[in-house]
Design a binder for this molecule. Sequence first.
Ligand code: NAP
Ligand code: ZN
Length: 349
Amino acid sequence: MDVVGYAVHGEREKLAPLKFARRDVGAEDVAIAIEWSGVCHSDIHTGRSEWGDVMFPCVPGHEIVGRVTAVGSDVTKFSVGQQVGVGVYVDSCRECEQCRSGMSNYCAKGMIGTYNNPDREGDGYTLGGYANGIVVDHGYVVNVPESLDPAGAAPLLCAGITLYSPLKEWGAGPGKKVGIVGLGGLGHMGVKFAKALGAHVTVFSHSASKKDDALSMGADDFIVTTDETVFETHQKQFDLLINTVSAPIDLNLYLELLGLDGTLVMVGLAPEPYPIKAFSMLAQRRRIAGSMIGPVAQLQEMLDFAAEHNIVSDVEVIKADYINEAWDRVVESDVRYRFVIDASTFATT
Ligand code: NAP
Ligand code: ZN
């Protein structure tokens, strides 16, 4: 299957068009005409070599919504025309304990990312969703409910699940005080899901201008972190904090906000290590944890929950040739709150 997309062609290069072929549709595969493709900050970390080696040309994109155009002979769960999604990974070993227990995002051998990962056959590497088509094993494809706005649904495939999963794991719900640190693509999904789950939600942001948006998304409080006195005022008040910030921040300040047995969950992936004061952890028996996207079954659960509660991302739809500007704006925290590429515009570039 021939497709057109956008790729980073070499180190420190900008994204530019790329024509390439997807594999033939195998017995267990689903071919998808991509319609909407979200822009995640991870695409930028990867494409700009902030996390290490990149396989060029690199086609980023792991927030994919489109329609099925063909299915393999063994596929019964999906049919042609169905609206489906693909998230951050497209395969895993299927044999380790994690894979067998339905936690393939934590595959012991490492999940196979939707882009920039060696593929299962071992003779190439994966190319992602900044393109107008993809072929994916049916075990890593989910149904996207028709009631969801499809452009707004695309960011659910990464940003949505990345916040939904820890909110569920750490029991966000009625009576719990949850803080979402950073109101970007991930953070704004966290506000919407935490609210729908019944928690009291506070946003910590270094952008005072985002206050009205945060409150209209359902946040109960909005705290501007550029004034450090707020970290004293709000000490020991929170049960759960989720750090979605893409740059290094002083985690010790945030730890002080947690009450007894409170947890700070890291989902933001700044490349630099964080200095932690043991004293901040000992007090109140605090914990720091991590969380990485979510398994396929939970991805489906989250999409169904989103449909039930009418939750989609706030998106700015862009054309393919705007991707480089969009990346710069994401890094400037100037996105309200997710760029989504109209995949029909790849064909015209
Ligand atoms: P994003 O849209 O750029 O949001 C990040 C937010 O962090 C910004 O909107 C901003 O919020 C805040 N921020 C950015 N720079 C800052 C700075 N210098 N100081 C303080 N705050 C700053 O990015 P995203 O797509 O949501 O991704 C966030 C991070 O999560 C990235 O590192 C990404 O790679 C990672 N990620 C992890 C997973 C996972 O599975 N764990 C999945 C996807 C992405 P305010 O303006 O409100 O302060
Ligand atoms: Zn992502």
